[in-house]
Structure formats: structure tokens, C-alpha cells
Design a protein around this ligand. Structure first.
Ligand code: GLN
Length: 526
């Protein structure tokens, strides 16, 4: 669904990572970019003739299959006709061996965990600065002989073919995984490969990306067409909107739909920061009543999410129709802040029988409005987006904001969502976040929020019996949001927040702190 005119991979030297389905494949791309070499991952089934750009080097990833199995995936042999260096990692090395003599079989024992690398060929450019380093193994198959034309360049206690290299061509194979941090010098190896062997330019910086991307957007949109996009006040949509503004000015129209379940003062804040501060051509639509009316009486979390999603599309389309493009041209594009992890998720190789997943979230809008999709962040990881945001002059505070769910406070008010309930949840949340910021903890926490539980509990205030609801506080630490742990606040901090919330927010008699990790719990309560 990409609408790219000129591929980023045509502008920057690019290492192509062919994914054989390893759970670590995306980390290879991640690591290469950490030392400013651009890398892109594609499924192992990618035909080289259909690539449209020439890689500077190719990495074959690990994978769960056995190369000798009947339905095992295999690389397009045209990879070896490109004349560029190739590195096979684990399955990738076994694939090199399979192609060159088929000497791969089940090992007597599986090898999982640390091993020591014994470099046998000190002159090999792949292992410069790495002898005796700790490497991470994860395999059950192994090479039972040297593939023809190859030599051994490293061993480990369990793997006589821990590292191999072609006698003449720059083709390498390693049994371990350099992309995981357990391989202490794994990044050195990847850098040796990409920079010293492939000679890839280390020019993948966000400074360079801005120029390339602005040019690309201008080319794609052309001199007159107009673009619309929704903003939420979050990092991704703000960065995408600012980039569009830099590229095409007021021909980009941002719309913030106030759905009545945004954070306290959020619509006004977005108007100020994005509209006035960042000079983004922004329309704020107050549709709170419409959303809250539709949510009346609904308690099922999935139903709430669906109602909010559908109402959003409806309101957005209606507002978009009101926009009068200046040049008289139609609105042609819809901006979407898709990031690289979503792209990876939709293309990663899941095996011969699995179909490739597509994004459904904007499908409705694209079809109804006959729009083309524009995704300027689709090559970027989250930390790259943040860096880009800072370069574009977006405040540090906004750039490092915690994620906020699309259905907003509607899924943080458990049970029925009413204006009154939203007001309670949002005030409590505001106090909680304010205290987190005051304590200097905001950036140590990955996500924090308050939830309103529609459970009444007895309290006493000013000698009066109270009978009010409960606020649950949640704060988690995580690197990837797949697993998470709760944040260990100091007691005094919790005491202060609880006291402020009960005192300042009408309708709350009790505050609790959620000490459940993910799994078994999720980050959000609904
Ligand atoms: N499935 C292969 C094996 O067990 C490759 C494993 C891997 O790439 N991590 O050896």
C-alpha cells in the first residue's frame, strides 16, 4: 500500500535483511541503523528481480525451520548474482551450506545460550576486535561439513563451524545471533560486515532523512493536490503532520476530532501547540456530544472501541468534506502515521502457509473517500520518530509523551461512559501525571494513567460518611509493550497522589495502585 515515489533505499545505501521468520529478525535492522546504516527487512521469499533497488549487502536471518525440511523456505539465488557481500545468520548460514553441498542435519543436542567465539582466521574482516567474545546460540541443526568453496573462520566448543567464509567471495555464515544483546560484541560484527565489508555509507541520520522525505512528499503529492490527516496530540501524528507542513504548507489539513474522551484540556492544548506553535493548518472539531450519545448505556469494552472507531470515521469524513482546497483541487491523500514496526509486523515471514497481514485501521476511510495513502514515517522506528520530532522543533515534552489509546478515557472509565464519569477520570489522571512529572519520574515510566472503577466504597470526610467510587492508578515499565512490569513508586509519592485525588476530585473516595504485570494483565484495564 506504499505510495512511495522514490524509495528511501534508492537514496541511502541499504542492507537488505531477508527474514526467515526468526523472532530476532527485526533486531538486525535495528542494530544496523544504530550505527547509521540504513537497513530494510523483507520476507525471505522476496524476488530480487522485483526489488526495484540494489542492496549494498544482504543478510539472511535466522528462522524456525530446518533447511532440509520439505517445506523449508529458500532464498532467491539471484541474491548471489548481485555481486554484493552476503551474511547468513544461523538458519541463514545453514541455508548457505544447503545451497553449497547440503551438509546440514539435526545435531546430537540443541545449543541454546552463551558460547565463546574462537576466531580461527584473525585476518577475517568479519571478526575484527571480537576474539573470545561471548556469543548467543539458538539452534538444533548444524553443519556437518564445509560447504564447497568455504573455509572455517571461527569455532566454538559445540560448533566446529561457528563461522565460515567463502574462499574468494565476500560470503559469510555464523551460527550465533549477533543481533541480540547477549552477544556482547554482536554490534561490532554487524558493523564489520556493513561498514568494512559492504562499505555502506553511515549517513542514515534524521537530519538527512528530513531532506529526503520532504523531497519525496513533494514529488508524490505534486504541485496542487491536497492532503488531510487526523492528529491526536500524540508523537506519531504530530511528527507526521509537521513533516507534511514543512513539505507542502497549508495544502496539508490536520483535523483533531474532540471525541469527548480526550485528556483534560487536550483539545485546547493541541490547538495551541500544533496550530499556533508548530503552524500546522489545523481544524479542531468538537464532536463530544455525538460520541457520548452513542456511548450511552454501553458497558462492553469491545463495543465501546467499535463505536468510537466508527464514529471517528463518520465525523472525520464529514469534516473532510467541508474543507475547500485552495487551488480548487480535490483532496487526494490521507496521511497516516504508520511506523516501521507495523510494516514489519505486516510483512514478516510466518511460514509457507500463512497469509500476509494488512492494515485495517484506515481501510474504511480510504475506500469511502477514494483517497491514496501517504505514510512518511513508514521506514522509521519509534526512537527515530522522536529524534525526527525534536529536529522538526517539536517540544521535548510532546516528543516523549506516553502512548494514549485511540478510544481514550472511554476505556479508562470502566463500565458506562458518561460525561460525569469522564470528568472524574480525567481530573484524577491529570493530578497523577502532574505529580509524576513533578517527581521527575515521567521519562522513567513507559505509560501511566488513572482508571475510574464504577464501584462504590464507603469513606469518611469531615465527619460525614461518603459513598463514592474508586480510582485505580497504573504505571508500567517496558521496552516493547509486549511484556511489562509495574513501576515501584516510593510510598510517599503514592500517599501524596492518593490524598490529592480524594481531596480534589469530587466523586472519589478511594485510590488504589495496580501491581499486576503484563502478562497476565494487559496495560489498559479494558
Ligand atoms: N531452525 C534452525 C535450527 O534449529 C535455525 C535456528 C535459528 O535460525 N535460530 O538450527
Amino acid at each position: 500500500m506504499s505510495s512511495t515515489v522514490e524509495q528511501v533505499s534508492n537514496v541511502f545505501d541499504t542492507i537488505l535483511v531477508l527474514d526467515f521468520g526468526s523472532q530476532y529478525s527485526h533486531l538486525i535492522t535495528r542494530r544496523l541503523r544504530e550505527f547509521n546504516v540504513y537497513a530494510e527487512m523483507l520476507p525471505c521469499t522476496q524476488k530480487i528481480s522485483e526489488l526495484g533497488w540494489k542492496p549494498t549487502g544482504v543478510i539472511l536471518s535466522g528462522g524456525p525451520y530446518s533447511v532440509y525440511a520439505e517445506d523449508a523456505p529458500h532464498v532467491d539465488l539471484d541474491v548471489f548474482k548481485l555481486g554484493v557481500p552476503v551474511l547468513g545468520i544461523c538458519y541463514g548460514m545453514q541455508e548457505l551450506a544447503w545451497i553449497n553441498g547440503k551438509q546440514v542435519a539435526r545435531g546430537e543436542k540443541r545449543e541454546y545460550g552463551p558460547a565463546t567465539l574462537n576466531v580461527q582466521d584473525a585476518s577475517s574482516p568479519l571478526f575484527q576486535g571480537m576474539d573470545h567474545s561471548r556469543v548467543w546460540m539458538s539452534h538444533g541443526d548444524k553443519l556437518h561439513g564445509l560447504p564447497s568453496g568455504f573455509k572455517v573462520i571461527a569455532t566454538s566448543d559445540n560448533s566446529p563451524f561457528c563461522g565460515i567464509a567463502h574462499e574468494e567471495k565476500p560470503i559469510y555464515g555464523i551460527q550465533f545471533h549477533p543481533e541480540v544483546t547477549h552477544s556482547t560484541q554482536g554490534k561490532t560484527l554487524l558493523k564489520n560486515f556493513a561498514v568494512n565489508i559492504c562499505r555502506a555509507n553511515q549517513n542514515w541520520t534524521m537530519e538527512n532523512f528530513i531532506d529526503t522525505e520532504i523531497k519525496r512528499i513533494r514529488e508524490l503529492v505534486g504541485p496542487t493536490a491536497e492532503v488531510i490527516g487526523a492528529v491526536s496530540g500524540g508523537v506519531d501524528s504530530t511528527v507526521a503532520a509537521k513533516l507534511m507542513t514543512e513539505a507542502i504548507g497549508d495544502r496539508f489539513h490536520a483535523i483533531l476530532v474532540d471525541n469527548g474522551v480526550l485528556r483534560l484540556n487536550e483539545a485546547a492544548n493541541v490547538k495551541k501547540t500544533l496550530g499556533e506553535g508548530l503552524q500546522i493548518n489545523l481544524t479542531v472539531v468538537d464532536a463530544a456530544d455525538e460520541f457520548l450519545d452513542k456511548l450511552k448505556g454501553v458497558t462492553d469494552p469491545e463495543k465501546k472501541r467499535k463505536i468510537i472507531g466508527n464514529t471517528f470515521i463518520h465525523v472525520f469524513e464529514r469534516e473532510a468534506a467541508k474543507i475547500q482546497p485552495k487551488g480548487g483541487d480535490e483532496i487526494e491523500f490521507l496521511l497516516q502515521g504508520t511506523l516501521y514496526p507495523d510494516v514489519i509486523e505486516s510483512i514478516s515471514f510466518k511460514g509457507p502457509s500463512q497469509t500476509i497481514k494488512t492494515h485495517h485501521n484506515v481501510g474504511g476511510l480510504l475506500e469511502d473517500m477514494k483517497l491514496k495513502l501517504i505514510e512518511p514515517l513508514r521506514e522509521l522506528f519509534k526512537d527515530e520518530v522522536r529524534h525526527l520530532g525534536e529536529l522538526l522543533g517539536i517540544s521535548h515534552e510532546l516528543v516523549w509523551r506516553h502512548p494514549f489509546p485511540g478510544p481514550g478515557i472511554a476505556i479508562r472509565v470502566l463500565g458506562e461512559v458518561t460525561r460525569e464519569q469522564v470528568e472524574i477520570a480525567r481530573k484524577a489522571d491529570f493530578i497523577y501525571i502532574e505529580e509524576i512529572r513533578n517527581a521527575g519520574l515521567y521519562n522513567k515510566i513507559s505509560q501511566a494513567f488513572a482508571c475510574l472503577l464504577p464501584v462504590k466504597s464507603v469513606g469518611v470526610m469531615g465527619d460525614q460518611r461518603t459513598y463514592e467510587q474508586v480510582i485505580a492508578l497504573r504505571a508500567i515499565e517496558t521496552t516493547d509493550f509486549m511484556t511489562a512490569d509495574w513501576f515501584p513508586f516510593e510510598h510517599d509519592f503514592l500517599k501524596k497522589v492518593a490524598s490529592r485525588i480524594v481531596n480534589e476530585v469530587d466523586g472519589v473516595a478511594r485510590v488504589t495502585y495496580d501491581i499486576t504485570s503484563k502478562p497476565p494483565a494487559t496495560v489498559e484495564w479494558e
